[in-house]
Design a protein around this ligand. Sequence first.
Ligand code: ADP
Ligand code: MG
Length: 251
Amino acid sequence: MVAVFEVRGLTKTYTMGEVDVHALRGIDLDIEDGRFVVILGHSGSGKSTLLNILGGLDVPTAGRVVYRGQDLTAANDRALTAFRRHKVGFVFQFYNLIPSLTARENVDLVTEITDNPLPSSEALALMGLSDRADHFPAQMSGGEQQRVAIARAIAKRPDVLLCDEPTGALDITTGVVVLDALARVNLELRTTVAVITHNAAIAAMADRVVTLADGRMVNDQSNAVRAAFSPVSTSGSPRTPPPKRFLTTVH
Ligand code: ADP
Ligand code: MG
């Protein structure tokens, strides 16, 4: 498999007055094309720092990130901006939707500035939200809002989708529906997906689980068999309740 990211000796040190905070202490990691990678670790272990550097939102103190042969750590601002804008979709814990715009309009913010977008109707359908397209964020549940945020992130057909605790604000049942949506993006659109999470169900759905502790990679495990996920919902209607097989894996 082709490596989307080659990470070598990645180090990030924040200097806070007289104190050095070692967020990353030398990470070596390859992420192959089409993978669904989960990043686990306690709070403060460096997960967000790693994801932000992969996505070109932050720069390392030392080490390299090579994206499909392009050394991001040697890239100038313009090249890094182009990488972020065209190649990376981000999903965060809080959905950051614009309250005065409908679901469709929130997604169209991206389709209007992208060369070859996934039409908002298709992005919303993939998220099982066709019948919610004209609803405002306040009229949707947290899980639905997060799926709108994912629809927005995938509307530019990103090469990689980076998600920082996308289910962090959701209960476990709703979180599983969101994860299911991410698995669908990975399998239907073949987008490489990296997800930071504390949710055990996600780890079972990933084909690879990387664990960080104190800025180091302490475990790297491949799952031979991924937990099943539901096929794409062509009807566009949300699936409720989520499949029981996921619930049984949640502790
Ligand atoms: P995680 O996402 O695993 O909780 P982070 O990557 O956010 O961990 O943080 C790793 C370490 O780096 C923590 O000790 C955190 O306090 C520190 N850190 C993160 N961002 C900054 C920053 N902008 N300035 C100073 N310290 C930071
Ligand atoms: Mg974090």
